[in-house]
Design a protein around this ligand. Sequence first.
Ligand SMILES: [Zn+2]
Length: 88
Amino acid sequence: MEKVLATGKTHKIKVKKPFLLPRKEKIICPFCGNSEEFYDIIENATFYIHYLQTEEGHLEPVEEEAEVLGPVKFFCGSCNADLTYLKK
Ligand SMILES: [Zn+2]
């Protein structure tokens, strides 16, 4: 049988672990503070669209392919600043 020694005080040490929240870094335009609207400009892309012509002479696209060759530039949707370097 074990003797339970009443030590009176018990200290509970809470160890706080550093939170590793997947904190998504928001892109904020350094020029105007915009963090909502952005747009991409693809400078050099080749689009391949395969059509089938119907009896009535309409062209119906049946297949589309896009090949991006040039750099994709990323812009602020508010002040149109080039933010390509912020987009990773
Ligand atoms: Zn901006």
